[in-house]
Design a protein around this ligand. Sequence first.
Ligand code: DAH
Length: 328
Amino acid sequence: MEKQIEQVLIDAKNEIAGVSDKQALMQFSTEFLGKNGRLAGLMKQLRDLPIEQKRVVGEKLNMLRDDLGRMVKDKDAEIEQALLNAKLSSERVDVTIPVKPLPYGTLHPIEALKKDLIDYFLARGYELKDGGDIETDYYCFEALNVPKEHPAREMQDTFYIDSDTVLRTHTSAMQVRTMESQQPPIKMISTGNAYRIDEVDATHSPIFNQLEILVVDKNVTMADLIGVLEDLIKHLLGEKTEIRVRPSYFPFTEPSIEVDAVKDGEYIEMLGAGMVHPKVLEMSGIDSKVYKGFAAGLGLDRLAMLKYGVTDLRELYENDVSLLKQVK
Ligand code: DAH
């Protein structure tokens, strides 16, 4: 019997060498290890052996079973590896082939302008405050000294959500929210949408973008305000630009001014500004005898038109790629 066992092992070694796929391996496995296979045949013969041989031969058969099992396992791993290698080489990606460049997107002109302004002010030590588009009557009007009978409070101008809640008509509401939450020195800007009931035309839209500036500290003067605005306008429209300051009226500033840029002999209305009204400071919990403040509000849409040579405001909202491409 021991000879037979040796023979089975020799045959198995010869056969497994020629196995190269899963199907052949299955056949091999059935032939040697199957229910009616060669190992099973030898096991049957074991029963008839005298007891003293049973142990020795039994041990050899166990070894044969282990050898055959290992052969199948190793071959299986070998076949798997070969399959994987074949797959990897057939699906190989040539990373050296040059790719077609993807066209870059650009920022929307208003977004680009906003980003530029934010960078400008952050570099000068201002904080950026984010406010909500929905505002209460108190922050939008009352706390800014906008009296009840002021036309801005009319239904024709303001989108009311309910009698106490509005879509903010200006970003100035953020002045109050900032002053309520911190004591001076304050240097802040806030940008975002503002809303007013308006027919859409080449220069008007019911949604527009504003930038708010607020500085509150001891010894803040109108000269500081004008200096800040002049530098800002030069930054936006070029060093050669001059400014013109006109007296104006806003309920939340006293005195109030409007500032124009003077470019190529033309006056371009830029912004409203002024010294924060003492009443506004007091309502927000700031001692107006100790502190003074200046504030300004700048519309970004018309500025973007000016900067990017857009003649109709509506073009800014039509997502025309040829316009967006001009912003670099
Ligand atoms: N809120 C004003 C508007 O929307 C603009 C403005 C004027 C803002 C004077 C200010 C300011 O901060 O001081 O027309």
